[in-house]
Design a binder for this molecule. Sequence first.
Ligand SMILES: O=P(O)(O)OC[C@H]1O[C@H](OP(=O)(O)OP(=O)(O)O)[C@H](O)[C@@H]1O
Ligand SMILES: O=C(O)c1cc(=O)[nH]c(=O)[nH]1
Length: 225
Amino acid sequence: MSLPEYKKDFLKAAVAGGALRFGSFELKSKRTSPYFFNAGDFYTGELHEPIMDAYAQTIAASELADGFDVLFGPAYKGIPLAATVFYALIKTDRARYAKAAYSFDRKEAKDHGEGGSIVGSPLKGKRVLIIDDVVSAGTAKRQAIDMIRAAGGTVVGIVVALDRQETLPGGDGKTSAIGQLRKEYQIPIISIVKLDDIIDGMKGVISDSDIKNIEEYRTKFGASD
Ligand SMILES: O=P(O)(O)OC[C@H]1O[C@H](OP(=O)(O)OP(=O)(O)O)[C@H](O)[C@@H]1O
Ligand SMILES: O=C(O)c1cc(=O)[nH]c(=O)[nH]1
């Protein structure tokens, strides 16, 4: 299967910039994974542009492309994502996104000046697309959904960089964290790449033994949703 160019560019930049690594890594879940994606590395010049463009193209090519009014980035890591990907969306298709908007929250409400927790576009009556780096257990996404609903917005979807497509530890052995959120909130959750794309895109780029380790990991922990 051939990956779209923006996914190839994303993977190439992520590997070159050290955001996507291969070896042995302990996850939050305590699983040992043969690959790791560090969204904390998005700040370098070589990574920033391809990653922000890849988010924008993922959104513009998705079912959510015309279905949101506000791109919302939960604090903290979601904040630069919302601002920068919104800019990339405008650059990608000005006519389509000129009337859209972005916003983000403060972790601590401001008690002076304009006050409150939401900065940027008000959410009342708006269709809101959440942007973030990754989903681990889904806790931060649930909090963001609650906050947006409390502010009168409707969450229409979530976009993240990577879907690891792996089962939730202690779960039913089939469902992923993303799958669980999809079911719970009945919303689309899209990603720039998923584990299957990494395996496809990295063949011939990383060693055969790294590919084999990731395929074995997918066989052991791959989710079915
Ligand atoms: O709980 P999940 O929805 O699976 O997501 C895990 C989130 O946790 C981290 O953010 P955190 O809330 O720790 O805030 P930060 O952006 O300030 O690091 C990380 O950036 C993910 O967005
Ligand atoms: O599950 C995790 O802890 C995890 C995996 C990954 O690839 N990247 C990350 O930041 N966390």
